[in-house]
Design a protein around this ligand. Structure first.
Ligand code: CUA
Length: 336
């Protein structure tokens, strides 16, 4: 069992070293996951300081309240209270100065760590982040793109330049204490300096629609060599894959939130058994599910909206011809 007080004391020792855990979440405290970035200890210090100041004064005030309730309780026959003492400057100044100093520390520590988290280092390794309903896309400097996973080199400043294709999403990696909204129509930036190899989770933390809770990504922090190898391999995602395998990979990264491959309905129609069938649309027209219909559904999804489904899909105009071919092959492989 975790004893919060022991963890708190440990977190107050600034230069603590934490061993690489097999399950990072197991190494966290009652309140927080493991501290896996340089921001984490700063941010946690502020939290624990406020926490213990609050705990101390809660105990003090409740104790005084209970004491006075007993000491000055109603007694039969005693109607007049003792006269209160007059004004006391000593008391006034004491209970003004002490809280003032305590809250100044809160402000200073919060302000310092906020400025630290909001000041992006100029020479950092930059990853472009694109959020949309309901997936993340990470683009690395060599052009590699990943969706369900994010890799980062350990002990390196990494900047995230973020944009949204539709609504507000929230970029949140609890183990790093990094959290920043991703807003349509503008870029937002945040950064992290991961300090510990391991696997963590990225969440979306703005409610962005039905599959908001599916916007989770595994974050892997690894040594520079492994990272370089990994990011080089991602630059050519179709290498060694057949069209069907490549299509399935794209589906599992970008389409799975809305389209199933087994007949179940998520948001949009399932792809199973649709190839070559006649599709009926909201406007009364229909078309056969073939290459051109699939291409059109990807780039202009609402022009042929299948009857009974919401116009929920954004246009995916930046898929490459290879990717579209892969998706067509995959849908074909799911039968008719
Ligand atoms: Cu994206 Cu919630």
């Amino acid at each position: 069992m975790n004893l919060p007080i022991l963890n708190t004391l440990a977190s107050l020792v600034q230069d603590q070293k934490v061993a690489v855990p097999s399950d990072p979440t197991a190494e966290g405290t009652y309140w927080f996951p493991v501290q896996a970035s340089t921001l984490a200890e700063k941010s946690d210090w502020t939290f624990y300081y406020i926490y213990w100041v609050s705990a101390f004064f809660t105990a003090l005030i409740v104790a005084a309240m209970v004491f006075m309730a007993i000491r000055y309780r109603y007694r039969k026959g005693v109607w007049e209270g003792e006269a209160s003492p007059g004004h006391s400057w000593t008391l006034e100044i004491t209970w003004s100065i002490i809280p003032f100093l305590l809250t100044i520390v809160m402000w200073w520590s919060g302000f310092k760590s906020y400025m630290y988290s909001d000041t992006v280092p100029p020479d950092a390794y930059t990853i472009q982040v694109t959020a949309q309903q309901w997936s993340w896309e990470f683009e690395y400097p060599n052009g590699a793109k990943t969706y369900k996973e994010l890799h980062l080199p350990v002990d390196t400043d990494v900047t995230f330049v973020m944009k949204s294709k539709d609504v507000i999403h929230g970029f949140w990696i609890p183990a790093f204490r990094v959290k920043k909204d991703v807003v349509p129509g503008r870029y937002t930036k945040t950064w992290a300096h991961p300090t510990m190899e391991g696997q963590y989770t990225l969440f979306c933390t703005e409610y962005c629609g039905t599959n908001h809770s599916q916007m989770m990504v595994q974050v892997t922090v690894e040594d520079q060599d492994s990272f370089d190898k990994w990011v080089a391999a991602q630059a050519d995602p179709s290498a060694g894959l057949t069209d069907v395998e490549y299509g399935k990979q794209i589906w599992s990264q970008q389409c799975i939130a809305c389209h199933s491959n087994d007949g179940s309905v998520v948001i949009g129609p399932s792809w199973k058994g649709t190839w070559g069938t006649e599709r009926e649309f909201e406007d009364g027209s229909s078309a056969i599910m073939d290459e051109n219909y699939i291409l059109n559904s990807i780039v202009d999804p609402n022009s042929q909206l299948v009857k009974g489904y919401p116009p929920a899909m954004p246009p995916y105009k930046d898929l490459s011809q290879d990717q579209v071919d892969g998706l067509i092959a995959y849908i074909k492989s799911l039968g008719n």
